[in-house]
Design a protein around this ligand. Structure first.
Ligand code: 4AD
Length: 463
């Protein structure tokens, strides 16, 4: 049966007016009186349902009248314009074929459910208004990111998910092993014999594709990765997941300024793309989730992001007179409360914080001339806090080697990374955008669990 997508009916209503169409979809709602009824039919192609009007002349009127929410149907009928009504048109039904029945205990009845409850039915929640909007925006934002980098000639690199090195040096990795945990092979001194493992060494799920992306940047100049990353961080917050997606561009012959300019352009491009291509979904978020969202996003596209050094940021926070739970001192890692205060109260827009103390940042960041700070950048945005972390990379062989020694790294694991500095190393930079945090920012949704189809967080991997 040739069907028309509901999206086409809304986009090209005039050309379908008065014509017979067949639509396939699920019953969102059904109201029946004695000899006629209305069905809101939803087909997933568009944010809105179509109104289907049916009457007792249908042979299966009685069966239709008994349908439960979420039954799936084919509806054939004439599209009639309904000027002045809530919806611009409706379908006057000639025939309905029942494809699949639904039972009366369907959990998503026509009422507002809390996001917490919907998390317990992750297999059904994509059918709710909120999640249909979230996941369409997620899909569009992913596309916009690829489009942005593609238009600028970046090469998309698929970095490995199983790695032998810790890209962040933070030790928050999930081990990948085929060893029998109840019967581990041991070396003579009693340690686990990783040579016996599948890869002949210890391996983990990647925390970042950056180190591998750097190898490609030093071959292609401008590259990016976009893939899943894994962190065994035991932080049970609304912004941390154990499995999340990251976008990591890496650019050669580029410094921190170039890096910030790229990040700002990318953010504006993605926001504009989503505003333009998902107007119904964005209006929904503005109405039901955060009623300053559209104004905020529009402002961001048209204004410049703020820039501040870490040292200045610490001064601003201290001078603010605000009592923070975690006191501010030069040298601390900025906490969410500090990040949000900076971006929401002081700058009131996205702001790059740069040049952090070397002690609190990753080993690969370029040491500044003051010998105290590194050329790092975090982008903070209102409502979310840190959304991007990046830096100019240490391209000087000896400086990097010294840093790794100081941190007690096993240099053998990074021999290939060091060689990049030996064979035509150049200044280069990059950053990681947390994709889920970007979706939180775009939708106003406050919990990372509600922007991932099947979230993995501490103690939770049900679906
Ligand atoms: O600041 P991070 O740790 O930076 C890196 O991994 C670098 N290697 C990136 C690079 O320079 N190529 O993480 C980058 C971003 C954060 O700003 C945050 O948005 C997100 O990744 N992120 C998380 N998102 C969800 N859950 C977590 N547990 C996250 N950890 C980081």
């Amino acid at each position: 049966m040739k069907t028309v997508y509901v999206k086409s009916l809304y986009r090209d209503t005039e050309s379908y007016a008065g014509k017979s169409v067949t639509v396939a979809g699920w019953v969102r709602n059904i109201r029946v009186s004695k000899n006629f009824g209305f069905i809101e039919l939803y087909d997933g192609s568009f944010f809105k349902s179509v109104q289907v009007v049916f009457g007792e002349e249908l042979d299966n009127f009685k069966d239709i009248a008994k349908l439960n929410i979420s039954s799936s149907l084919y509806v054939e009928g004439k599209l009639e314009l309904t000027p002045g009504a809530k919806q611009p048109f409706e379908i006057k039904t000639e025939k309905i074929v029942i494809e699949g029945l639904s039972s009366p205990d369907y959990p998503l009845q026509k009422k507002r459910h809390t996001l917490e409850y919907l998390r317990t039915i992750a297999h059904l929640r994509p059918r709710s208004n909120t999640f249909s909007a979230v996941f369409r925006v997620r899909s569009l934002a992913a596309f916009a990111i690829h489009k942005f980098f593609n238009e600028r000639g970046f090469v998309y690199v698929h970095t490995p998910l199983i790695t032998g090195s810790d890209a962040e040096g933070a030790g928050e990795m999930f081990r990948v092993t085929t060893l029998d945990l109840d019967n581990l092979p041991r070396t003579q001194d009693g340690k686990i014999d990783t040579k016996e493992d599948f890869f002949g060494k210890e391996t983990n799920l990647t925390v970042s594709g950056q180190l591998e992306a750097e190898t490609f940047a030093l071959a292609f100049r401008d590259v990016y990765t976009f893939g899943p990353t894994f962190r065994a961080e035991n932080s049970n917050t609304a912004r941390h997941a154990a499995e999340f997606w990251m976008i990591e561009p890496e650019i050669a012959f580029a410094d921190l300024e170039d890096n910030m300019a790229l990040a700002e352009d990318m953010m504006k491009y993605v926001i504009s793309y989503v505003l333009e291509n998902a107007p119904e979904e964005m209006a929904f978020f503005n109405q039901f989730i955060d009623n300053t969202l559209l104004e905020r996003l529009d402002n961001i596209v048209s204004s410049d992001f703020g820039r501040v050094t870490y040292t200045e940021a610490v001064d601003l926070l201290k001078k603010s007179g605000k009592e923070f739970e975690y006191p501010v001192e030069w040298g601390i890692d900025l906490q969410t409360e500090h990040e949000r205060y900076l971006t929401e109260q002081i700058f009131k827009k996205p702001v790059f914080v740069i040049n952090y103390p070397k002690e609190i940042k990753a080993f690969y960041m370029r040491l500044n001339d003051d010998n105290k700070t590194v050329a790092a950048m975090d982008l903070l945005v209102p409502g979310v806090g840190e959304i991007i972390g990046g830096s100019q990379r240490e391209e000087r062989y000896e400086v990097l080697e010294k840093k790794m020694e100081e941190l007690g790294f096993n240099k053998e694991d990074y021999w290939w990374y060091m060689e990049l500095r030996k064979y035509g190393g150049t200044k280069h930079a990059g950053y990681g955008l947390g994709f889920e945090r970007m979706i939180m920012y775009l939708t106003g949704i406050g919990n990372i669990r509600d922007v991932i189809p099947f979230p993995r967080t501490v103690g939770s991997a049900e679906f």
